[in-house]
Design a protein around this ligand. Structure first.
Ligand code: ADP
Ligand code: MG
Length: 368
């Protein structure tokens, strides 16, 4: 199954209402115009009469709702999770383009983002499974939530005053990379989850002020672990949702020394992320996931399952060059194919051979 890369163009903000929209969505030529758009168009910054177009699996326009994005892109992955596949969802984009809005969203029901909706879907399915199996399958949900700032890992369940400045160590444990000492909290209801998630998000913003950095300079990684236990088997799968640091080129706008250190850490990790997805898409045997902490902890390309990249875009000209570099980043990710292997249920009594790695054809996407 290929990785899906979708674009989402946010609406104009109040203070932008008098600005021109330069980033637009379009359907393929010759295609049915009523069909959902898959192309993003943007003018050539060097020549306004020319435009570049980039093709995606899907493009969400300014008026797309949180519900529409969730229903089309994320809801279908819930079933996969319970079938033993891992899911990884990234929000990539310049600061101010809607990553946090997309992932976390606002307080009202309609504004809720991908993460609370995903959890809601997970708990609904838990209850269904427990009911359908009359309790023979038990499902446990737990979460960890951490941020990576300047290549250091901080537990978002830990109050900022108690953090070790150097962050948590990471270690290899039987081929898997683990963050040593990372809190894992069980959460068996949506209410419990939301309480823990809100608390951790407060830690995120207070630590940001302390470090004199905006939260847009760290990657926030939520990992939800689902454990399904029956009499004979235990199956674990994980959903990871990542609100990435802003992808803007800070060298253009800010040359303060501290900012430059942050920027180079961000640039490096996003660069490695791009390289990993490119390597996966080209089916290269060497995926450089070890070269940054984030890709290493996520074991990007080593894990089973589905990856969704949501590219957040602002429609206005003040973001022009950064938007173009975001689109170029995503362009590399479009031909991704990931081997999809079901997480083996661990049989308590029986040793089961590993399933063969299967690769299912992905979409071919061309840059026009
Ligand atoms: P980022 O996390 O990428 O820096 P934010 O999610 O904070 O960006 O979004 C920037 C601003 O735009 C916020 O005020 C947010 O509420 C608003 N915004 C982003 N996307 C949307 C959307 N789809 N609909 C309405 N407002 C949005
Ligand atoms: Mg944000």
């Amino acid at each position: 199954m290929s990785v899906r890369v979708v674009a989402r163009i946010r609406p104009l903000l109040k203070q932008e209402l008098d600005k021109d929209t330069i980033v637009t969505a379009d359907s393929p030529e010759g295609g049915n115009n009523a069909a959902s758009p898959t192309i993003v168009r943007i003018p050539n910054p060097k020549n306004d009469t020319e435009s570049f177009s980039f093709q995606f699996s899907s493009v969400y326009e300014q008026d797309a709702t949180q519900q529409q994005l969730f229903d089309s892109e994320v809801a279908p992955t819930v079933k996969h999770l319970f079938n033993g596949f891992d899911t990884t969802i990234f929000a990539y984009g310049v600061t101010g383009t809607g990553k946090t809005h997309t992932m976390r969203g606002g307080k009202s029901m309609a504004d809720r983002g991908v993460i609370p909706r995903l959890l809601s879907g997970i708990y609904r399915r838990c209850r269904k499974i427990e009911k359908d199996t009359a309790g023979a399958t038990q499902v446990e949900v737990s979460m960890s939530y951490y941020e990576i700032y300047c290549d250091r890992v901080y537990d978002l369940f830990e109050s900022p005053d108690k953090r070790t400045p150097s962050g948590l160590p990471i270690r290899d444990n039987g081929g898997k990379t683990v963050v040593v000492g990372l809190t894992e909290k069980p959460c068996s209801t949506l209410k419990e989850f939301e309480h823990l998630y809100d608390q951790a998000n407060i830690n995120r913003s207070t630590s940001s002020t302390k470090l004199n950095a905006h939260s847009s300079r760290s990657h926030a990684i939520l990992c939800v672990k689902i454990t399904q236990t029956t009499e004979t088997t235990v199956q674990v799968s994980r959903a990871s949702a990542i609100d990435l640091a802003g992808s803007e080129d800070n060298r253009r706008t800010d040359n303060n020394k501290e900012r430059l250190v942050e920027s180079s850490a961000i640039n490096k990790s996003l660069f490695v992320l791009a390289q990993c997805v490119e390597a996966i898409s080209k089916k290269q045997s060497r995926i450089p996931y070890r070269e940054s902490k984030m890709t290493r902890i996520l074991s990007l390309g080593q894990n089973n399952g589905l990856t969704l990249m949501i590219l957040n875009l602002a429609p206005v000209r003040s973001y022009h060059l950064d938007t173009l570099s975001s689109l170029n980043f995503a362009n590399r990710t479009k031909k991704i194919e990931v081997a999809e292997v079901e997480n083996e249920a661990v049989y308590r009594n029986i040793v089961k051979p590993l399933a063969a790695t299967t690769s299912i054809g992905g979409s071919t996407i061309t840059r026009q």
